[in-house]
Design a protein around this ligand. Structure first.
Ligand SMILES: [Zn+2]
Length: 311
């Protein structure tokens, strides 16, 4: 189609990334070497070890191990500890004092000052509302899917939280993660595909700062193109493809020939009748959009959002 490719932009390499996993250096089961070996064997290219208030470094041939830690800030959520957590992706140092940052914004700004990409952890699990994100403009994004929360408590999906924030004018990018503490039992369930300039931690941080990634628990998003106010997506074989655009917006196409499409049409199917390309026209009220792809096993991929009304 004669559209503009919004994702991926430019040349680059695809990297399968795990951005949230714990070792014996905080509250995880595996040693750093064991965790690296686990993700290397699982086909990952990049691992950020995210021990709480600890930068776990480990050299593992074949795997890019990014510096990272999981840090905490005070906030007025309903937790007894009134705490929110943020991933300091790409930051190899720790704050001088191990103590809660006074606000999420103070924490996110510290991560940016140290060259990292701050992503807010599990908004649903942390009991966070849109205001918590909006009050921290230094944040780059959030975990739309946190598999650890989902496996243990069924509250790992934060897509409604994400849309609430998008509808209020901010544009968070999203990652999916394992938040693994018991690798092998709560791992390989959520990951992020990054389109980076090269296979390095620095290039991954750069891509995360600019949204050149998508989150997934299974499906693949090959590319997104905008053509006027229409959008076209190519993906791995899908049962359903959604255009998300917040309240009163959005559309869907489904592989089931008896299911009604809304604001979209299927462009390509594979031999099993599953969707591999779809096109959506603009909902009446839309100011932003993003794509979700569901496969036959109910697994999902989430594109990053784009805006029609830059704010
Ligand atoms: Zn964690």
């Amino acid at each position: 189609m004669p559209g503009v490719t919004v994702f991926p932009r430019g040349d680059g390499v695809w990297l399968k990334c795990q951005f949230h996993a714990h070792t014996t250096n905080s509250d995880g089961d595996p040693t750093p070497a064991g965790l690296c070996d686990h993700y290397l064997r699982a086909g990952f290219d990049v691992l950020a070890i995210t021990d709480h208030w600890h930068v776990t470094e480990h050299v593992c041939e074949g795997l890019v191990v990014m510096p990272c830690s999981e840090l905490s800030a005070r906030c007025d959520n309903p937790w007894p500890e009134a705490e929110a957590e943020v991933l300091a992706l790409g930051v190899s140092v720790l704050p001088e004092v191990r103590d809660y940052f006074p606000t999420i914004e103070a924490l996110a700004a510290w991560i940016r000052e140290h060259g990292g990409a701050p992503y807010l952890c599990h908004p649903y699990w942390s009991g966070l509302g849109p205001q918590h994100y909006l009050e921290a403009p230094s944040l780059v994004g959030l975990e739309v899917y946190n598999a650890g929360s989902d496996v243990t408590q069924g509250n790992g999906l934060s897509s409604v939280h994400w849309d609430d924030i998008l509808s209020r004018g901010a544009t968070p990018f999203a990652i999916a993660t394992d938040d693994s503490h018991h690798a092998g039992q709560d791992s390989r369930l959520g990951w992020t595909m990054v389109h980076a300039a090269e296979r390095s931690g620095e290039a991954v941080v750069e891509a995360l700062l600019h949204g050149q990634a998508y989150a997934s628990s299974g499906p693949v998003i090959h590319d997104l193109q905008l053509d006027g106010d229409e959008v076209e997506v190519r993906c791995s074989p899908a049962r359903s493809v959604f255009l998300r655009s917040g309240a009163w917006g959005g559309g869907v196409v489904q592989a089931d020939p008896f299911a009604m499409p809304y604001l979209g049409r299927i462009l390509l199917r594979n031999d099993d009748g599953l969707i591999t390309a779809a096109r959506f026209s603009a909902p009446e009220y839309w100011r932003w959009g993003r794509i979700e792809v569901d496969d036959v096993r109910g697994r999902r991929a989430w594109s990053n959002p784009w805006r029609l009304d830059p704010t």
